[in-house]
Write a protein that binds this ligand. Structure first.
Ligand code: CTP
Ligand code: MN
Ligand code: MN
Ligand code: MN
Length: 374
């Protein structure tokens, strides 16, 4: 075994589940994981789930490694890396690039889907439609009066540059702190938490994710509508779409590892006020004439009893969430979703008030949020 790989000669096994691996933000094997993620994304665009998940899981295994892969021997003992993956790694080790990945990136379908799905409100179905209609650029779609766009897509195009540029951590914190002040004036004991990628330690993100709850039962229910109307009065609200709760406590957690949750939530575009001339981070030339930047912000409002499960679910990463649910299903005979954990052997829901409680119920070592970048 290679000298580089501290695992190769030991008994320590890398788990096939991301929830049994510590995955820091820093990805020292990015040259390989980027390649796998492009292939996974291409399969996602082709709606071919099997190979999509295969490449996502392989990428996630490499992200947890604390050494750079330098030779094929470094892969000894690693799970989920089949011949297809090894061939790609070998080619990148030899050439610094992989022809299969380059072909995908240069493919018309991949390029169009990548571009179209980068617009807020555009999913695979719409991307497919526009691709079949022969559109190639954002401008072509934006300027076509015959296309029926949803309200979300209309705003997605209008603020395409702002929303497409990354949100920095300081921008996310500025929005979070403003929203928290608004909420605390309404409900002083509300719990307001910045979640998503920023809670995992990311320096930049695509949006800002905020969870809101209150330890006093039912007090969380009025927060969202009141907060939205205050943000509206402050003229900070560009777009919002409130989804009311559809939670049914008679139902068991979803079997599907990708199931959406049933919390009340709100997808918004907010104005982030520019503090001083020229100090705004990640601004593009178009938006410099304004004194604000359009930022995507998501709110989710769980009842307090489900807060820990909601926090775990919204902290991500998506791969970690899928593997937590897969692990619960296949290794523990339990069902996990963003609302709770059901033990099928004992026929009970397991209560949790912290994320630590949930890891304990699952018999897993606790992972800090910054160790969940799977
Ligand atoms: N999530 C969810 N239900 C949704 C949307 C998101 O459960 N309707 C979860 C996702 O599984 C993810 C987390 O919330 O784990 C954050 O989602 P998202 O904002 O899309 O991703 P981030 O990890 O925050 O990364 P980014 O910087 O791209 O926003
Ligand atoms: Mn996010
Ligand atoms: Mn989000
Ligand atoms: Mn499923």
């Amino acid at each position: 075994a290679s000298f580089n790989n501290p695992l190769a000669s030991s008994w320590v096994q890398v788990s096939q589940y991301a929830c049994q691996r510590r995955t820091p933000l820093q990805d020292i094997n990015g040259i390989f994981t980027d390649a796998f993620e492009i292939l996974a994304e291409n399969y996602e665009f082709l709606e071919n789930k099997g190979p999509c998940r295969g490449f996502q899981r392989a990428s996630s295994v490499l992200k947890s490694l604390q050494f750079p892969i330098a030779t094929m021997n470094d892969l000894d003992g690693l799970p989920l890396l089949g011949n297809e993956m090894r061939t790609i790694i070998e080619e990148i080790l030899e050439d610094g690039k992989c022809s299969r990945v380059l072909d995908v990136m240069n493919g018309e379908r991949y390029k169009s889907f990548k571009l179209f799905t980068s617009v807020f409100g555009v999913g695979l179905k719409t991307a497919e439609k526009w691709y079949r209609m022969g559109f190639k650029t954002i401008e072509e779609i934006k300027s076509n009066p015959d296309l029926k766009l949803t309200k979300m897509q209309k705003y997605g195009f209008q603020y395409y540059e702002d929303i497409g540029s990354f949100v920095s951590k300081s921008e996310a914190l500025a929005i979070y702190e403003h929203v928290r002040e608004v909420i605390w004036k309404l409900v002083p004991d509300a719990v307001v938490t910045l979640t998503g990628g920023f809670r995992r330690g990311k320096e930049k993100g695509h949006d800002v994710d905020i969870i809101i709850t209150c330890p006093r039962e039912d007090k969380e229910k009025s927060i969202l509508h009141n907060t939205i109307s205050i943000l509206k009065n402050q003229e900070l609200l560009i777009f919002y779409d409130i989804i009311e709760s559809t939670f049914d406590n008679k139902k068991l957690p979803s079997k599907c590892v990708d199931a959406l949750d049933h919390f009340q939530k709100c997808f918004t575009i907010l104005k982030l006020q520019k503090k001083k001339e020229g100090t705004m981070e990640s601004m593009n030339s178009d938006s410099k004439i304004r004194n604000w930047k359009a930022v995507r912000v998501d709110f989710v409002i769980p009842p307090y009893k489900q807060y820990a499960y909601a926090l775990l679910g919204w902290t991500g990463s998506r791969q970690l969430e899928r593997d937590l649910r897969r692990y619960a299903n296949h290794e523990k005979n339990m069902m996990l979703d963003n609302h709770g954990l059901y033990d099928k052997s004992k026929n009970v829901f397991l209560e949790a008030y912290t994320e630590q409680d949930i890891f304990k119920h699952l018999g897993l070592e606790y992972l800090e949020p910054w160790e969940r970048n799977a």
